[in-house]
Write a protein of this length. Structure first.
Length: 82
């Protein structure tokens, strides 16, 4: 099992450093289990459902626009080795 912590500090999105994306911290949990020829993978991204913006830019009207990142999400996979 893997516990992944990711923190990102304040990011400026314009040359004058007037507009910023606020810092954020997220936690991911990933597991991998192998049994004979089978492999099971799964995990949870953004475990605590942190709401944050990962990207931003300045519009033609000189206004900051932010693109929100994914909320909590899950994945599951099954593999077979030949």
């Amino acid at each position: 099992m893997i516990f992944e912590e990711r923190g990102v500090g304040r990011q400026f999105i314009d040359p004058s450093n007037k507009f910023t994306i606020e810092p954020y911290f997220i936690t991911n949990v990933i597991f991998n289990y192998e049994f004979k020829n089978f492999q099971l993978k799964g995990g949870v991204y953004n475990v605590f459902n942190t709401l944050y913006n990962q990207f931003g830019y300045i519009s033609d009207k000189n206004e900051p626009l932010f693109i929100p990142s994914a909320e909590r999400n899950f994945f599951l996979g099954l593999g077979l080795n030949f």
